[in-house]
Design a protein around this ligand. Structure first.
Ligand code: CA
Length: 310
């Protein structure tokens, strides 16, 4: 009996040692083209010592992706940021020998990536917009004082503005970039994005809240976003996002962008239980523990691109 048990255990251990455990996930994120991560409003490749896409580049590289993070102006027009991104895309192509890149942009990084895909579709395999400000943000409209007259009380407007100030101060490391906040708001307002979209319509839904073309001028388009401003009591930024979410007057939003505005190309989902910062696994991994981890979503997207030969 004891001998049989010993043999069983030995056999079990031997089978275990032969299992290709390490190869189960190998290549899962191994896209054909390099992945380029593009930060959003007041984003940096790092927030202080913390990377903007927290823990995401390493998670993508783990199973084979080549990943680059870029640095564009923290707050500037989409076109200026887009030209800066284009320059860096060309550098990445030169360094890797790749012919195209897969762009993944968060927040203002969404339109920034769209700009490059619009002016140089030959250099871009795909654009993935995460919480992208594709049809403007009601928060920017409130900040500029161009929200529909009488639609919000003064007290609510003050709350929204204070919430945004807190978010911006946090993202900029407290360096007080208030002048830039206004410039960014103009770029991200409903009017500002409408103008931009006329020149760069690729992948945009033609209806108010539908999907866009899955492929435009040879570039594949995808998007996802969250729709829950407050998700983690330990995250110091969540109360501020609850304030900014008031600008949307009940419409689904992630605290800074409405679900409908986030739509681009194939909409993977627009209602994850995540807020705008959870989407990039901030603050330092403090996200909704009852929702799929945001890092997993990036990995799944890399796998999706890989399976499409991108
Ligand atoms: Ca969070």
């Amino acid at each position: 009996m004891k001998k049989t048990l010993t043999r069983l255990v030995a056999t079990f251990l031997m089978v275990l040692s032969l299992l290709p455990v390490s190869s189960i996930a190998a290549g899962y994120t191994q896209t054909k083209y390099p992945i380029v991560l593009v930060h959003g409003l007041f984003g940096f490749d790092n927030i202080g010592p913390v990377e903007y896409f927290y823990g995401i580049p390493s998670a993508l590289r783990w199973d084979g992706a080549r990943v680059y993070t870029v640095q564009v102006s923290a707050a500037n027009s989409t076109e200026v940021r887009g030209e800066q991104l284009l320059t860096q895309v060309k550098q990445i192509l030169a360094a890797t020998g790749a012919t195209k890149v897969n762009l993944m942009g968060h927040s203002h990084g969404g339109p920034t990536a769209r700009y490059v895909a619009s002016v140089r579709p030959d250099l871009v395999a795909s654009v993935t917009s995460i919480g992208g400000v594709n049809k403007g943000s009601a928060v920017a409209d409130v900040l500029l004082g161009v929200a529909p007259a009488g639609s919000l009380s003064n007290a609510v407007i003050v709350s929204i503005t204070n919430g945004l100030a807190t978010v911006i101060n946090f993202l900029s490391g407290g360096s007080g970039l208030s002048q830039n906040a206004l410039a960014a708001a103009q770029s991200l307002s409903t009017a500002g994005t409408s103008k931009f979209n006329l020149a760069h319509p690729e992948g945009l839904p033609t209806t108010a809240c539908g999907e866009g073309a899955y492929t435009a001028r040879g570039v594949a388009y995808f998007s996802w976003s969250g729709a829950q401003p407050y998700t983690n009591v330990l995250d110091i930024i969540d109360p501020a996002l609850s304030l900014t979410s008031l600008a949307f007057k009940g419409a689904k939003n992630d605290g800074l962008v409405s679900s409908c505005s986030s739509h681009l190309g194939r909409v993977i989902r627009d209602d994850y239980a995540m807020n705008h910062l959870d989407e990039v696994n901030q603050t330092v991994g403090l996200v909704n523990i009852f929702e799929t981890n945001p890092v997993t979503l990036f990995r799944q997207q890399a796998n999706r691109l890989k399976n499409q030969g991108l």
